[in-house]
Write a protein that binds this ligand. Structure first.
Ligand code: ZN
Length: 183
């Protein structure tokens, strides 16, 4: 596999603070290629052999704004138990329902745009249902839970110019920990 040549913006880049714009269909060729490249990149970052060879940080999700393109698209790839990957391409997402129950990732959330350890809790809904569009412009609903729910909320934040560090209380990074379930 050849590593796609992607330039992922760093947290210091103000572009990440832009609110991304709705995508129109049909998608352009360049958009389709970028979707495919981003998914390949994420998968290679999760495979030990390539992770080491290219010195990558493992990531499960990437939004277009992290590649400098302010369009409401993100992709995610989750490794299944049999070693294959389940791909998600999410365009113009809207959260239609969310659980009251809150969770947080105990070891902290990661972001390919934030290359430093960050302490603290990021409250997320344990389950959400979103409405989105596929690459052909067809609407669909998807319900996600646990780590994938966290991932989707993290990526939807990116489309609104928000980074996970924004959710952490600066004076008390572990505020309200007892009110949420750790995953
Ligand atoms: Zn991120």
């Amino acid at each position: 596999m050849k590593l796609p040549n992607l330039k992922i913006l760093d947290e210091t880049d103000k572009t990440l603070r832009q609110i991304s714009k709705e995508v129109t269909f049909p998608l352009e060729k360049e958009e389709l290629k970028l979707i495919d490249d981003a998914l390949t990149y994420l998968e290679m970052s999760q495979i030990d052999e390539y992770n080491e060879k290219y010195n990558l940080r493992a990531g499960m999700g990437l939004s277009f704004i992290q590649l400098g393109i302010p369009k409401r698209i993100f992709v995610a790839s989750e490794e299944l138990e049999d070693g294959t990957f389940k791909r998600h391409v999410i365009i113009n997402p809207e959260i239609v329902s969310k659980s009251e129950e809150l969770i947080f990732v105990g070891e902290g959330e990661g972001c390919l745009s934030i290359a430093r350890p960050v302490d603290g809790i990021v409250p997320r809904h344990a389950r959400i249902t979103i409405k989105a569009y596929d690459i052909d412009g067809n609407p669909f609903n998807i319900r996600v839970r646990e780590d994938i729910s966290v991932l989707f909320q993290h990526e939807i934040d990116h489309l609104n110019g928000i980074l996970f560090i924004d959710h952490i209380d600066k004076d008390n990074p572990y505020k309200n920990e007892h009110l949420m379930r750790e995953i």
